[in-house]
Unconditional design. Sequence first.
Length: 326
Amino acid sequence: MQEVRASRGQGQSPSRTGTLDLSRVMLLVYVLAALELACLFMQFSVMPYLSRRLGLDSVAFGYQQTIFGVLQLLGGPVFGRIQCPVIVALVVNLLGAILSFTCIPTSTKGASARAQAALPGKPKASVFDLKAITCLLLQPGVLPVFLVKVICGFPSGLFMVMFSLISMDFFQLEAAQAGYLMSFFGVLQMVFQGLVIGWLSSHFSEGALLRASVLVFSVVGLAMALMANVFHLCLLMPGLVFSLCALNVVTDSMLTNAVSASDTGTMLGLCASVQPLTRTLGPTLGGLLYHSFGVPVFGHVQFAVNFLVLLVLWRQPVPPKMDKAW
């Protein structure tokens, strides 16, 4: 035991970044996330109007966004000298990268997680180790929850990736007005994810919250099929934001609790890959659907998919909340 402690002490050399307390690290992470999301939505807001100036229709815009999603999925974001907001986004992302390298500690896990990650004889998994990822998904209680996360979030993702184009064509909004609407969406997301979901999690089980999010998704989808103007969208936005926040928070919590501490990072990476996957497949499919059937098709798809998932969850509930597997 003394040898193990000594080896741990030798392997943990003090560093300047390691002296930061956890609260400062969390604050910095929130700041970096806010900067990244602000720049990302800045780019989302600019690109549709620029594409329209270049003469692209909805289908071509979908192809363009699919290419962007592929690049994002591969980890190679592409920036171009298009307009001032894109340059600002580039500069701020570079600043965020510098802060990440200089101020974030190399390890924020506890001793038990480090000990398990450094077990002797355990092979180090590759980043693209499909076998390890498959084994992780096949652990008890993981695959059903992950499929619910992907399937239920995809229809709303179709609508969100096409929202900028819909705001121009269907709602006839200018760039500034579309920005105000996205700000309203962001404020709602902050309120629901920061306050409402936490309060609900302390009073209801994760399975109940998951079924509630799918149910609200279905109702919002049915109402979205009847949507006629931007005022209707503002009325539907709280329900849509609640469903998105509840689905993401609950499924991430259930998935990370279902795996060991050493696999938490891999599981969080898989959860984070759902959004780039939607941005890869969604624009082309969404552009074709929008060009062929109009805005109501997004509501029909969302209602149908989530209603079927709700029936499955009602017949086969998700497993109860589990303690962290160590």
